[in-house]
Ligand binder design. Structure first.
Ligand code: MSP
Length: 524
């Protein structure tokens, strides 16, 4: 198992509005990845934060009668609080208005100016103000000159700009894609990008008329660095310190959604290759992976500002009231749009998944095992686990690791929950509650309960990145100190998932239902 460093990031989110489920979703995924890697014993750095220098931040601030920074401060604080409330374990929450970022970005761009990878030119094209990007002429025609994002007309814009020599990196990128077939995942997304790389042209990386909202171009204060270039650099700038550089070099894993894939899979690595050629930046390596998920829809509809149907902070609070923080995470991770298809969020689906997997399976199994152990053996395992479920546990661990390696969270969860289901079947088959009443069979109950408790222990380790609070509670009941070890950076997946952790004499404390069943309130 790799004990080294691990670096995972989320997009930095625009502060023109408050967070919604889309932002919480990607950050939940990153949190699960970060917790999983810590469980493996790796030294993890998990970065998230906000993207501030967008023109739409200026526009929405104006609507509110505020300055851009006032509005950005307010929303950045809401993002920060929301991420705290959701229990995310990011190591830094960053803002692009911070000096430590702005200084670095100017240094990077200055270095690129020197090598000629950034040069002054003139640009004219169709601009999508909603997405903050120029679209190609072909795309503009396809869209009938209306932004597919905000439905406003595209504008014809002409400006003197600094350009990034993207066209020089076609072959380099192609080679990188070829030698790193998992650079862009899932594979279908990778192919989309590969096809476009051959046609890459130089892109403007500066803007005029931003009214001072943005990072000024080095040596030309009339121009601001384009918000997307500013934003992409966050992944590097915030770990570009002697203490953190090792994380960058371990190979960043960027989690994003399909809307921003081109920037991450083409422009970003090309900029890094260009930077690598600059004196003093030889240490800059390329990211390991850009993992691209799809979108949540709601009740069958795309979430949008016009429909006002975003799953909002308040909605999420309500859901957490219903199924708990971990129940909500479990739904996002097991039924979210991790692959190439969108996923639909409905109240009914959330509750159904929670009741099936967590209340009726995991929670119920915990209660059964704790109840029997307490009724028959005063809560103390009379013998060590025998091994009836050892093979099932081994297989589950293998399946789990294979799934996690592909970021198949639904598969990883299925491995953990599947192991609990196997334990349930074993209870049905052996019926220890009947055996206990039969003097001839009573003796067999101890080993069965020890096996069940041991199986639960292993399943709890597998499920802990998704259900951190509840599994911590379960570990407490089983007398395990894993939570402390994890907090101290001593995760030990291999030994914690090895059969035989619970011994004769281990205690199992009975407690409240871990995942109480929930019924949906009638619709009003
Ligand atoms: N600021 C840029 C990103 C710069 S990264 C260097 C940006 N911000 S954003 O606020 O629009 O966030 C986009 C991201 O939010 C998506 O890539 C995705 O991670 C998340 N989501 C936004 N809406 C979403 C859904 N409906 N479903 C799932 N995730 C989505 O783009």
């Amino acid at each position: 198992m790799n004990q080294g460093k691990f670096y995972v990031t989320t997009p930095i989110y625009y502060v023109n509005d408050r967070p919604h489920i889309g932002h919480v979703y990607t950050t939940t995924l990153a949190d699960i990845v970060a917790r999983f890697r810590r469980l493996l014993g790796q030294d993890v750095f998990f970065l998230t934060g906000v993207d501030e220098h967008a023109a739409k931040v200026v526009d929405s601030a104006k609507e509110k009668g505020m300055t851009p920074i006032q509005w950005a401060d307010l929303n950045a604080a809401v993002f920060r609080e929301t991420f705290q409330k959701h229990g995310f374990t990011h190591n830094d929450f960053v803002r692009t208005t911070e000096d430590r970022h702005k200084t670095k970005v100017r240094e990077y761009v200055a270095a690129l100016l020197k090598t000629g990878d950034v040069y002054l030119g003139e640009f004219e094209g169709w601009y999508d103000a909603g997405q903050e990007e120029y679209v190609t002429d072909t795309a503009a025609q396809e869209y009938k000159f209306i932004s597919p994002i905000n439905k406003k007309p595209l504008v014809r814009k002409k400006e003197k700009n600094y350009f990034f020599r993207l066209s020089a990196y076609r072959q380099v990128l192609k080679d990188y894609f070829t030698s790193n077939p998992k650079f862009v995942m899932p594979t279908a997304r990778r192919n989309e990008i590969l096809n476009r790389i051959a046609e890459m042209v130089d892109v403007p990386i500066s803007r005029t008329g931003t009214g001072g909202w943005g990072i000024p171009m080095p040596a030309d204060e009339q121009q601001s660095i384009y918000v997307w270039i500013d934003a992409l650099f966050n992944y590097l700038s915030f770990v570009d310190t002697p203490e953190r550089r090792g994380y960058w070099q371990s190979g960043a894993v960027h989690l994003i959604a399909k809307d921003i894939l081109w920037f991450h899979a083409a422009i970003w690595p090309a900029m890094l290759v260009a930077l690598q050629k600059c004196p003093g930046y030889e240490w800059v390596t390329l990211p390991k992976q850009v993992y691209t998920h799809s979108f949540w829809t709601r009740d069958g509809e795309k979430m949008s500002k016009t429909l006002l149907n975003f799953v909002s902070i308040e909605d999420m609070d309500r859901y957490i009231g219903w199924v708990g923080q971990d129940g909500f995470r479990h739904f996002l991770a097991s039924h979210g749009p991790l692959g190439t298809t969108d996923s639909d969020f409905t109240d009914e689906r959330l509750i159904e998944v929670y009741n099936n997997d967590l209340a009726n399976t995991l929670g119920n199994n915990v209660s059964r095992v704790a109840n029997m152990t307490n009724s028959y053996f005063a809560g103390v395992l009379p013998v060590a686990p025998a091994g009836a479920l050892e093979q099932a546990a081994k297989q589950a661990v293998e399946n789990y690791l294979a799934a996690m390696a592909e970021l198949d969270l639904a598969g990883a969860i299925a491995a953990g929950i599947g192991l609990v289901r196997a334990a349930d079947e074993y209870i049905e088959k052996t019926a220890p509650f009947k055996m206990w009443k039969d003097p001839a069979k009573k003796e067999g109950v101890g080993p069965i309960l020890a096996d069940l408790a041991e199986t639960l222990r292993i399943a709890s380790v597998l499920l802990s990145p998704v259900l951190p609070a509840k599994m911590e509670e379960l570990w407490k009941r089983l007398g395990l100190d894993y939570a402390d070890a994890l907090k101290a950076g001593r995760g030990d997946f291999v030994s914690w998932t090895k059969w035989g952790g619970l011994k004769a004499g281990s205690t199992i404390v009975k407690g409240d239902a871990l995942f109480p069943r929930f019924e949906l309130p009638p619709k009003v």
